[in-house]
Design a protein around this ligand. Structure first.
Ligand SMILES: C[S@@+](CC[C@H](N)C(=O)[O-])C[C@H]1O[C@@H](n2cnc3c(N)ncnc32)[C@H](O)[C@@H]1O
Length: 208
């Protein structure tokens, strides 16, 4: 069954709802398991759109140094609050718009449910900046919305057909790509979800 389009047609959740509702889809732990399995130690990660900082906290717990970025000062305050004292020396935070940020070179750029909020007009530049900031063998882990999502028409967001992913990920080693379509609740009632979960790695020898 497909739900009719919901009352809301936008990814623009009320700000405070952004800080809590997405825990069931966290995959930072899965990304980090993969990292450890490949024999590499912790490095420097950027958590773009960190929200309440649960993934930031998991990265820190595993020994990473983390720059947590969110445009909501309340999110940054929460992320800082949620980190234990002994991990705090490896945390930097920044209240900023990630579409207008000079990203530092990083081993992991983690975008948990944040890039769906990137306006389509800003997405190409933001994606380019993320790829450019990845160190050789660095990974991006992200969710991207699919074009059949009920909120795909929202101009304040981005949505992708599967063939567009081929272009976005060209030249990278795609380690994990899962497309999901389902009808279930959102923060604003039932909707049709269509999204991709992606982990991709920059090859060692490329300067991209
Ligand atoms: C759906 S929440 C996800 C939070 C967290 N990453 C998680 O997985 O639970 C999206 C977050 O991205 C932040 N965000 C969206 N667009 C942003 C932008 N352009 N710059 C910085 N933060 C942004 C929002 O403020 C929000 O905290």
């Amino acid at each position: 069954m497909r739900f009719p389009a919901g009352r809301r047609t936008s990814w623009a959740a009320p700000a405070t709802r952004c800080l809590t509702p997405y825990a069931q889809w966290r995959h930072a732990a899965a990304v980090l398991d993969r990292w450890q399995a490949s024999g590499h130690g912790p490095g420097f990660a950027v958590d773009l759109g960190c929200g309440d900082g649960a993934d930031t906290a998991e990265l820190l717990r595993r020994g990473w140094t983390v720059l947590a970025v969110d445009r909501q000062p309340a999110a940054i305050a929460l992320a800082e609050h949620n980190v234990p004292d002994h991990d705090r020396p490896r945390l930097r935070t920044l209240a900023a718009d990630f579409t207008a940020l000079a990203l530092p070179a990083a081993d992991l750029i983690y975008c948990g449910w944040s890039l769906p909020h990137c306006p389509a007009t800003r997405f190409p530049g933001t994606w380019h900046a993320i790829r450019a900031a990845l160190r050789p063998r660095g990974r991006i882990a992200t969710h991207l919305p699919g074009h059949r999502d009920d909120w795909a028409p929202d101009p304040a967001a981005s949505a992708f057909r599967s063939d567009a992913l081929d272009t976005l990920l060209a030249g990278m080693d795609v380690e994990y790509l899962e497309a999901t379509e389902e009808d279930r609740d959102s923060f604003d009632g039932p909707k049709h979800w269509h999204y991709y979960e992606i982990i991709a790695r920059k090859p060692a020898e490329t300067g991209r």
